[in-house]
Design a binder for this molecule. Structure first.
Ligand SMILES: C[S@@+](CC[C@H](N)C(=O)[O-])C[C@H]1O[C@@H](n2cnc3c(N)ncnc32)[C@H](O)[C@@H]1O
Length: 299
């Protein structure tokens, strides 16, 4: 049995309070900033208890098996695996999404793509919406729920990401409302009679420069490299999407792309050279970073 300040080791019994103290110490030593909050979430998740129960029952003895279960989850976090992969979920636009190492963890700034698209959509009834690089399906699922009068298609290169996205769509009651396509950017749209009919194409494509990979936070490097890294410039997929979207968008149709820091000027210039589009609009995120590029197909 372990009490007081002694570490709660795998296989030994100890109190909830002592275990929480031990986890906070290990997380802080590993460089995890919000160690207090994360310690609670990890124990809650591993033992299926509420945060309130953990605080109220701080003196409750845990069995050696319970301690071992918690320490297994803690070891993953100490190795800087993202908390969301350990807990298995991330919230996006008020919905809970399953996440695992085959998909990017949805980021709060990506909610801007949904907000701006819905706000500017030229029509809802019969709208055709395409999510390119769907990952967890967070964009396709929120779009399909927000525009039930429309049709949503979701594309990804990764079959494992598509499987996760489908489970998320099922969880939120829209799996059969979405057409799932595996392939490279807009290539899977060919041969479906969609030319000139698409109301909006959204994408949060990979946009990190290949040379930045070693500088990324340890947590980010647990996410799929194919979800993060573009090419030497970081804007390669945006440029391809600007070209590939032209034949599919209806007049007034929208291409809505998430951007990385410092990428807006080059992409605005590219749009300026394309007569198929009206001048680009840029929306900044809460941190003041140009985050979303919105272009409208000229009529
Ligand atoms: C940054 S993640 C975005 C995931 C999700 N849409 C989100 O916002 O959280 C990019 C996604 O694009 C996919 N992807 C990368 N290159 C692609 C390509 N050439 N064609 C289709 N999908 C691609 C990746 O597999 C990954 O799921």
């Amino acid at each position: 049995m372990t009490t007081g300040n002694a570490p709660c080791l795998t296989g030994e019994t100890c109190t909830i309070g002592a275990l929480l103290t031990e986890i906070r110490r290990r997380l802080l030593a590993a460089g995890v900033e919000s160690a207090d909050q994360e310690a609670l979430w990890l124990v809650e998740h591993a033992l299926g208890l509420s945060g309130v129960a953990l605080i109220v029952d701080g003196r409750r003895m845990l069995s050696g098996r319970e301690v071992a279960t918690v320490q297994k989850a803690v070891a993953r976090r100490v190795g800087r695996e993202p908390l969301q992969y350990i807990l298995g979920t991330q919230e996006f636009c008020g919905l809970e999404f399953e996440v695992n190492p085959s998909v990017l963890i949805p980021r709060p700034e990506t909610e801007l793509l949904v907000r701006e698209t819905i706000r500017r959509l030229p029509r809802r009834r019969g709208a055709v919406l395409v999510d390119v690089g769907t990952g967890s399906g967070c964009l396709a699922v929120t779009l399909a729920r927000s525009v039930p009068q429309g049709r949503t298609l979701a594309i990804d290169l990764s079959d494992r990401a598509l499987e996760t996205a489908k489970r998320n769509a099922r969880r939120h009651g829209v799996e059969s409302a979405i057409t799932w396509l595996e392939g490279d950017l807009l290539a899977p749209l060919a041969g479906r009679g969609l030319e000139g009919t698409v109301t909006a194409i959204l994408s949060n494509p990979p946009y990190i420069q290949a040379s930045d990979w070693p500088t990324l936070q340890p947590e980010v490097r647990f996410e799929p490299r194919t979800a993060l890294i573009a090419g030497l410039r970081g804007t390669e997929l945006h440029e391809r999407l600007l070209d590939e979207a032209v034949p599919f968008l209806m007049p007034g149709g929208l291409l809505v792309l998430e951007l990385g820091r410092g990428q807006s000027a080059a992409l605005r210039r590219k749009v300026g050279t394309m007569p198929a589009y009206k001048p680009a609009d840029i929306v900044s995120d809460d941190a003041g970073i140009d985050r979303v590029l919105i272009v409208e197909r000229a009529g």
